[in-house]
Design a protein around this ligand. Structure first.
Ligand code: SAH
Length: 330
């Protein structure tokens, strides 16, 4: 029998194998793949933030986990049309570990430079966007048993709990028996790193992901295989493993590191304030009726509470001198 493996180590190994080998977009779909208006709206957001940064003649436009490169392709097309100066100023940097997805991204965004880690991005004014990136990073899970915390490990497709030692456990607001606590250490390290960069460079970070507004205990680990929930502990590398993003924890970390935090707001509110429904209507008017209805339907999927409008949240971290970015005004 193999030795128990800590859950985050298991999840990192499983997702690295999964993104390297499989076509993730057969198992799940993401906002930019649902409607082109998503990337276009984010392109407009980038242009407005770039304005508020004082229109630097060069800046890093970065995306973490760009998938098939769809979001950035849509964003750059929008910039060409409405903000050519911003488009001319951008230097595109993509953070992607999967060689398979890098090749797909290179087909659409040949002028990009690739990095394995956010920490490797060059030091300069920057705007970074990450959609459904943090949820794929490995989490640690702890379970309360009596007066102790145990850390969840994986062995032969099942959980195996061992005595825990982790300083962040002191954050726990509840210690009742059976409570499950999740910690996404890479997401916390990335947030600290970006917040520190924002001390020295004008810029902004936009995280879009799913998770509650307030930290909530519980097991949110899930696996999707061909659109269906699967057992996350079985057959590592064959399904996409994700967990809810703890926006409250990341906000607190960013504030402590001295950056300004806006949100989280719901994806529905963010996209609606920035004009996604109007964009859908405008596009629909140029298409035959059946296609037009599909466009409006796709846009609704991104904004309605029953679909992705409420579960998905948007969080911005900004250089302290920047005004609240679009979509976060009080
Ligand atoms: N943002 C895209 C794709 C989301 S899927 C979209 O919205 O469609 C998650 C993406 O993050 C994939 O591109 C995956 O290869 C990448 N990824 C996952 N873990 C990563 C890691 N540790 N470092 C860098 N990229 C990672």
């Amino acid at each position: 029998m193999s030795a128990p493996e800590r859950l985050d180590h298991f999840m990192a190994r499983a997702n690295a194998a999964y993104y390297a080998r499989e076509n993730p977009f057969r198992d799940f779909t993401t906002s930019p793949e649902i409607f082109q208006g998503f990337g276009e709206i984010l392109g407009a957001w980038v242009a407005m933030v770039w304005q508020s940064m004082g229109r630097p003649t060069q800046f890093i436009l970065a995306e973490a986990g760009p998938g098939q490169g769809t979001l950035m392709t849509d964003a750059l097309r929008l910039l060409s049309r409405v903000a050519p100066d911003c488009r001319a100023a951008h230097r595109l940097h993509l953070v992607e570990t999967s060689p398979r997805l890098r090749a797909i991204q290179a087909g659409k965004l040949p002028h990009a430079t690739w990095h394995d880690r956010i920490e490797d991005l060059p030091d300069a004014p920057f705007i970074l966007i990450a959609n459904e990136f943090l949820d794929a990073l490995p989490i640690r899970q702890f379970i309360r048993q009596g007066s102790k915390w145990l850390e969840r490990h994986v062995q032969e497709g099942r959980f195996f709990d061992l005595p825990a030692s982790c300083p962040t456990l002191s954050r726990a607001s509840t210690t009742s028996d059976g409570t499950i606590l999740e910690i996404n250490e890479p997401a916390e390290a990335i947030t600290t790193h970006l917040a520190t960069r924002l001390q020295t460079h004008p810029g902004a970070v936009l995280f879009i992901d799913y998770g509650p507004e307030k930290s909530a205990p519980g097991d949110s680990l899930q696996a999707l295989h061909h659109g269906q929930p699967a057992n996350p502990l079985e057959n590592p590398g064959t399904a996409d493993l994700t967990a809810h993003v703890d926006f409250a924890a990341l906000s607190a970390i960013a504030r402590t590191a001295g950056t300004t935090v806006h949100g989280p707001v719901t994806q529905g509110r963010f996209l609606t304030v920035l004009g996604l429904p109007a964009r859908a209507q405008a596009l629909a008017r140029t298409r035959p009726p059946r296609e037009a209805a599909a466009i409006v339907q796709s846009a609704r999927r991104l904004t309605t509470p029953e679909a992705m409008g409420t579960l998905f949240k948007v969080l911005a971290l900004c250089h302290p001198a920047l005004p609240p970015p679009p979509g976060f005004e009080p």
